[in-house]
Design a protein around this ligand. Structure first.
Ligand code: ATP
Ligand code: MG
Ligand code: MG
Ligand code: MG
Length: 470
C-alpha cells in the first residue's frame, strides 16, 4: 500500500524525471496577493510567472502545496466532517508549464502517471472538458483511448478558470474516478453530481487566453498549464477507500483522538473525529506559518477553526484540553515533508493549549444557553440573530460554531439578525466614543480604521456570499 508520504514523493519524482523543477510549497499566507486570505491552490505562488511579470530559471515546475479553503471564494469549512472529500487544510499536487508544453503534453503526463505509474484501473476513469474545447476532447480520445461517452462536455464555470476579472484564463479538464454503484451520485454534469460516487481528483487548467477587458479575450502567445490534484483524494483511491478520512494519515490522527478520548472512531461520533483531525492540521499549519488566533482577519478564521474542533472534542467527552496532545502525532506523520511543523511544534502546542483552556472556560455555559433557547425547536426552525450574537459576544462562539452545533437537528440561524446585532454594537461603541468629545483627528481616525478594516476583509467579505464577522 502506498502511504501519503510515498505518493507525494512519487508524484514529485515523476515530474522531476519529466523535466520539472521540484519547488517547495509556499506559505499558507500568500505574500504576493493581498486580496487572498490563504493560499488555496498550487498556482498561487506562480501567479506572476504566468502573467510574465516574474521570470524563473525553469519553464516546468512541480509542487506539493499547502492549501487552506476556509474563507474567500473557496470555503469548504462547512463541508468538513460531512463530505468524504473536503478538508479545510489539504495538499495540492501540481505540475506547471510556463509557456512550455501545452494541452497535449499535460494530458499525456497526467494519463501516464495515473494509468501507468499509479496503475489506477482505467475503466473507472472519466474526464470532463469545457463544452467547446474540441481539442481537449480529441486529445483524450487519442491519448487515453476513451470512448466518447467517457469524455463529458461541461458548459459551467466549473470548467473554465480565470485568475481574476482580467489576466490569464482558459478551459479546464477534470479527471474523475467512478467509485462504484454502492455510493450515491451521478456523473459530472448530471443533476446529482454532488454525490460521492464520482470523485473529482485532478483538475488540468489550460491557460490559453488573456482576458483583456470584460467581454474581450485574446489568445496568449505562449499558453501555459496549471494542474491541481488533491493528495488526500488520490491517496484514498490508491488505498482503496472511499473516504479521505480512511487514508493512513487520517487513521493515525483519528487513532490518537480515540486514544485520548476513548470515543470509538466509527458510529455516531465519526463526524466529530473527522472535524478534529481536519481542524488540527489546519490549525497547526496556520500557526507554523505565523497566524495566531485573534478577532479579525486571518486570525479569526484560525480561531473559528480551532474553536469548532474544541467543541467537537467536548462532544467526544474530553474533560480537559485535547488538541495540543495531538500535535506530536501530526508532526510524526507530516514533519518530514514539512520541517516548519517540527520547528513550530512548541508554538503549536502552546497556542492550542492556551486557546482551548480559554475557550473551555465559557464553552459549557454557552452550550447550556444554546440548549435552553432551542429546547422547543423543531427541524426547520431558526435561532434568533440576537441569541447567536450573545453567544458570540459573551461566550466566544463564532457564528459557524453555532450553526455547526444546530445543524444535526436541522435548525438554522438568522444570519441577517446576527449581522444587524453586530452592527448595532459597533454603532454603540462609536457613539460612546463620540460622547468623550470627538476631535477632527478622532473622526478621521475612525473613518480610516473602518476603511482599513474593510480592506483587510476584502478577500473574505466580498467573496463570501454570507459575509459576516468582525
Ligand atoms: P470540489 O468540486 O470537490 O469542491 P474543486 O473543483 O473545488 O473540488 P479545484 O479548485 O478544481 O477543486 O482544485 C483541484 C483539486 O484539489 C480538486 O480536484 C481536488 O482533488 C482538490 N481539492 C479541492 N478542494 C479540496 C478540499 N477542500 N479538500 C481536499 N481536496 C480538495
Ligand atoms: Mg470546491
Ligand atoms: Mg469541482
Ligand atoms: Mg475542480
Amino acid at each position: 500500500m502506498s502511504g501519503v508520504n510515498q505518493i507525494r514523493s512519487a508524484f514529485l519524482d515523476y515530474f522531476a524525471r519529466n523535466g520539472h523543477e521540484k519547488v517547495a510549497s509556499s506559505s499558507l499566507v500568500p505574500h504576493n496577493d493581498p486580496t487572498l486570505m490563504f493560499t488555496n491552490a498550487g498556482m498561487v505562488q506562480f501567479k506572476n510567472v504566468f502573467t510574465g511579470v516574474e521570470k524563473r530559471a525553469y519553464a516546468r515546475a512541480a509542487s506539493a502545496q499547502k492549501c487552506v479553503r476556509a474563507g474567500g471564494k473557496h470555503n469548504d469549512l462547512d463541508n468538513v466532517g460531512y463530505t468524504a472529500r473536503h478538508h479545510t487544510f489539504f495538499e495540492m499536487l501540481g505540475n506547471f508549464s510556463f509557456g512550455d508544453y501545452f494541452k497535449e503534453g499535460a494530458i499525456e503526463l497526467a494519463w501516464n502517471l495515473i494509468a501507468r505509474e499509479f496503475a489506477l484501473p482505467v475503466d473507472r476513469l472519466l474526464v470532463t472538458v469545457y463544452h467547446d474545447d474540441d481539442e481537449a476532447f480529441d486529445l483524450w480520445k487519442k491519448i487515453a483511448g476513451f470512448h466518447d461517452s467517457r469524455i463529458i462536455r461541461i458548459a459551467s464555470s466549473d470548467n473554465f478558470w480565470s485568475m481574476g476579472d482580467t489576466g490569464p484564463c482558459g478551459p479546464c479538464s477534470e479527471i474523475f474516478y467512478d467509485q462504484g454503484e454502492a455510493l450515491k451520485g451521478g456523473p459530472p454534469g448530471s443533476p446529482d453530481e454532488d454525490g460521492d460516487r464520482f470523485l473529482e481528483f485532478w483538475n488540468l487548467v489550460f491557460m490559453q487566453y488573456e482576458q483583456v477587458a470584460p467581454g474581450e479575450r485574446a489568445p496568449l502567445p505562449r499558453p501555459s498549464i496549471d494542474t491541481g490534484m488533491g493528495l488526500e483524494r488520490i491517496a484514498a483511491l490508491m488505498q482503496g477507500v472511499t473516504s479521505n478520512y480512511d487514508i493512513d494519515l487520517f487513521r493515525a490522527l483519528i487513532g490518537a483522538v480515540v486514544d485520548f478520548t476513548g470515543a470509538p472512531a466509527d458510529g455516531p461520533q465519526a463526524a466529530s473525529h473527522r472535524v478534529i483531525a481536519d481542524h488540527l492540521r489546519a490549525s497547526a499549519f496556520l500557526v507554523a506559518d505565523g497566524v495566531t488566533p485573534s478577532n479579525e482577519g486571518r486570525g479569526y478564521v484560525l480561531r473559528r477553526i480551532m474553536r469548532r474542533a474544541m467543541r467537537h472534542a467536548q462532544l467526544l467527552g474530553a474533560q480537559e484540553p485535547l488538541m495540543w496532545k495531538l500535535a506530536p502525532t501530526l508532526v510524526a506523520e507530516m514533519g518530514q515533508a514539512y520541517p516548519e511543523l517540527v520547528r513550530a511544534q512548541a508554538l503549536i502546542v502552546d497556542t492550542l493549549l492556551t486557546e482551548e483552556t480559554r475557550f473551555r472556560a465559557t464553552l459549557a455555559r454557552g452550550l447550556a444557553i444554546l440548549d435552553e433557547e432551542t429546547a422547543s425547536f423543531a427541524a426547520g426552525a431558526k435561532l434568533s440573530g440576537e441569541t447567536a450574537f450573545k453567544l458570540y459576544d459573551t461566550f466566544g462562539f463564532p457564528l459557524d460554531l453555532t450553526e455547526d452545533a444546530l445543524r444535526p437537528r436541522g435548525i438554522g440561524v438568522d444570519k441577517e439578525g446576527f449581522n444587524a446585532a453586530m452592527e448595532r454594537q459597533r454603532a454603540e461603541a462609536r457613539k460612546a466614543w463620540t460622547g468623550s468629545g470627538e476631535t477632527a483627528t478622532e473622526t478621521l481616525w475612525f473613518a480610516l480604521k473602518e476603511r482599513l478594516g474593510a480592506t483587510e476583509f476584502l478577500g473574505y467579505e466580498t467573496e463570501k456570499s454570507e459575509g459576516v464577522v468582525t
